[in-house]
Design a protein around this ligand. Structure first.
Ligand code: IMP
Length: 219
């Protein structure tokens, strides 16, 4: 059975095809919940998309987490990109650290998978639609949840896979990519200076998809 990837971005499907045999786009504009972590957003989307499509789905949610800004913009990355803008966000991040200090940041991506059935326990968490506490660190909220913590929820289970790529915020360089790519440097190169293949090989989405694909092959 073909796995459906909820996205209108053909680039994301091409990236997923590097890890998965049969995957096709599902154009479904689900209402995004507002949450302080990527996990609950991806879980909600996967649940809604599964209810809509009636077949196995994956949904991803991603964002840029800047250490000196306590994880900002995180799940609000798209909104902040469209309001504050990438360059100003980058400048704020660099001003928030001492001169010569590195403005550390990470792109994070959570892939949520739902096929209507429950999951055997593995290290990756399952979201069951529970309400979570507010006391987890901003960039830990996706991974800190364990099956034990979420056992109270009773909604459709969604398996979550997180990918992280560390880097630093720099003055903009490069014309490729999208979003925060020009200000995000990984191993000396900004994401906007990499071609698609180079970026996919290290990207947060690639890492989350690779984890998911390894698990899915056994499912
Ligand atoms: P999405 O969940 O993949 O739609 O990503 C949400 C937002 O996070 C995007 O609108 C961008 O602002 C930012 N973002 C996520 N991934 C990337 C990336 O690989 N490069 C640059 N910006 C990204």
């Amino acid at each position: 059975m073909t796995l459906r990837y909820v996205t209108t971005n053909p680039g994301k499907v091409r990236e997923a095809e590097e890890y998965l045999d049969e995957v096709a786009a599902l154009d479904y504009d689900y209402p995004e919940v507002q949450a302080t972590g990527l996990g609950p957003i991806a879980a909600h989307g996967a649940r809604e998309a599964y209810r809509y499509a009636g077949e196995p789905v994956i949904v991803d949610d991603a964002g840029l987490f800047i250490e000196a800004l306590d994880g900002f913009p995180g799940p609000y990355s798209s909104y902040v990109e469209n309001t504050l803008g990438v360059e100003l966000t980058g400048r704020v991040a660099r001003e928030a650290v001492d001169e010569d200090a590195v403005a550390r940041a990470a792109f994070r991506c959570v892939v949520g998978y739902c096929d209507g059935d429950d999951f055997a326990a593995t290290p990756e968490p399952v979201d069951r639609g529970e309400r979570r506490g507010q006391d987890l660190a901003a960039d830990d909220r996706d991974t800190a949840t364990t099956d034990a913590q979420v056992a109270g929820g009773d909604d459709l289970p969604v398996k979550l896979f997180t990918g992280v790529v560390p880097g630093r915020i720099v003055a903009p360089r490069g014309d490729g990519g999208f979003g925060y790519d020009p200000v995000f440097e990984h191993d000396g190169t900004t994401f906007a200076e990499m071609d698609a293949a180079e970026k996919n090989a290290v990207s947060h989405r690639g890492r989350a998809l690779a984890k998911f694909a390894g698990w899915f092959a056994e499912r």
